[in-house]
Design a protein around this ligand. Structure first.
Ligand code: CU
Length: 483
């Protein structure tokens, strides 16, 4: 998905055909069963959920479920404040949910069963309607429970970009690229294929005095990796010219893995996290991105050659997670991978923030995450404040109040936790204070502690969960209720 030649934000799909027929902004977002020819006006977008084959590379063809036979699904590009209608047809045998990740939408439209959104029934259809807000790089994906079926929910190809262009132009660039990371053919294994190397500088404020010696449960791994549905070398290269500024919208649509991405000889000038402009854009050599997260970065193409933009781990990159960056008029046929400089520098959100005080919160809500290793059925289960989902009335919000959520990760895995329908502001990462960074998903490092401020401005049931599908399915979620 490459939108070439743009030096300002513009709709890549042209004017949505149904838009002109909407006489005025919808009074409220809604979700209704879709009756053919009876819906009043045409949809801006339509999604067809159906089984499909994906040619990841020549002779590497897998079967999955996707949107409109495309990986990723169609780029939905809209303007901030625009009313959007999406018709969804489900050609599978199971109920599906399309979640609008990072948008301020009502619970009934959000695409989460826990919040009461009605499903798109098997072999049925449903219409989603909402107002596109806030501006930024958002995305949509299946929010269906998978449990032990590794061909459902976020294990599938059901993901796509939803780009909400701001009313004002955020800056100039020569080329805009959307890159979605994903793995395929997930399986359960006792081997941790994504080991986190211990770092002597990691403070681990939540590490218990005694290690947990219980045997770990089965983890999800995958043999095949891709960017935009193609393994490294199988898709079109990203073609650039010296001096070009390329805006990359990076999305981790993985069900299970945090990825680290580099491009030798170049820097990523990070301008937005989860679609939200950061207070202090900074250049980094490596982007770390967890399931659910987005990073927008501008790369100045000033190191001609034929390079691999890819995962730092050899096994992931050699299994497909990379894309060739090809400068014009290069004779060199073979793309080169060289580990980027400063590859071992820990990812630190706080460099993109600025130190400034936060207003005092109305209430502090502590959330403690713990693992129950390997039980029952050999799968790790997850506790939030001592229990698996559901939580009935533990987490209550009053509209307009400021809540400081303090995430205590008492497990040896990093967890990208996501709050639906809201943004939150980072306050502290492992003791380092920060301000001004708005996100909807944040990595709570292994044995780490993260504090965020949430302003309760979106009444309605609100789902909180780890964005690693297996963790979410086995207990790692909670509902916030407005009272
Ligand atoms: Cu998790």
């Amino acid at each position: 998905m490459i939108a070439a030649g743009a030096d300002k934000w513009r709709p890549a799909l042209g004017e949505p055909p149904g838009l002109q027929q909407v006489p005025e902004p919808l009074p409220h977002a809604m979700m209704a069963p879709l009756k053919p020819n009876a819906a009043g006006h045409a949809a801006d977008f339509s999604l067809r959920i159906a089984p499909m084959m994906v040619e990841l590379a020549p002779q590497v063809v897998i079967s999955t479920i996707g949107y409109n036979d495309k990986i990723p699904g169609p780029l939905m590009r809209v303007r901030e404040g625009q009313p959007v209608t999406v018709d969804v047809v489900n050609e599978t045998d199971v109920p599906e949910y399309v979640h609008w990740h990072g948008l301020f939408v009502p619970s009934e439209v959000d695409g989460a069963a826990e919040e009461g959104t009605p499903p798109v029934p098997p072999h049925g259809r449903r219409r989603y309607q909402f107002v596109a807000t806030p501006a930024g790089c958002r995305w949509y994906h299946s929010h269906t429970e998978a449990m032990l079926d590794l061909h459902r929910g976020s294990y599938t190809g059901q993901f796509g970009f939803l780009m909400i262009d701001p009313a004002n132009d955020p800056g100039s660039y020569d080329q805009e690229v959307f890159l979605a990371l994903h793995e395929w053919e997930a399986f359960l294994t006792t081997t941790d294929q994504d080991p986190e190397l211990p770092d002597p500088n990691d403070p681990m404020p939540e590490k218990p005095a005694k290690p947990d010696l219980r045997p770990n449960g089965l983890e999800v791994s995958a043999p095949l990796y891709s960017i935009n549905g193609k393994m490294l070398g199988a898709g079109d290269p990203l073609r650039v010219r010296p001096g070009e500024r390329v805006l990359i919208h990076l999305l981790n649509a993985s069900a299970s893995q945090i990825h680290r991405i580099g491009l030798f000889g170049h820097h990523f000038h990070v301008v937005a996290l989860d679609g939200n402009p950061v207070p202090e854009p900074q250049s980094v050599d490596v982007i770390e991105i967890a399931p659910g997260e987005r990073v927008d970065a501008i790369v100045e193409m000033n190191f001609p050659g034929v390079w691999i933009l890819g995962e730092l781990r050899d096994v992931a990159r050699q299994s497909g997670m990379g894309i060739v960056v090809e400068y014009a008029n290069q004779a060199q046929p073979r793309p080169q991978w060289i580990a980027p400089a400063r590859a071992r520098t820990l990812w630190d959100y706080t460099i993109f923030g600025k130190p400034s005080p936060h207003p005092p919160p109305d209430q502090i809500i502590d959330m403690v995450f713990e693992k129950v290793p390997g039980s029952p059925h050999g799968i790790n289960h997850w506790l939030v404040n001592g229990k698996e989902y559901p939580h009935d009335r533990e987490f209550l919000l009053h509209r307009g109040n400021r809540y400081r959520l303090v995430f205590h990760n008492r497990s040896d895995d990093s967890h990208p936790v996501h709050i639906h329908r809201h943004l939150f502001e980072l306050v502290e990462i492992n003791g380092k204070p920060t301000a001004g960074i708005q996100k909807d998903t944040v990595i709570v490092p292994a044995f780490g502690r993260v504090a965020v401020d949430l302003i309760a401005g979106q009444p309605g049931l609100t789902l909180f969960h780890c964005h690693i599908q297996q963790h979410m399915d086995f207990g790692f979620k909670a509902l916030f209720r407005y009272v």
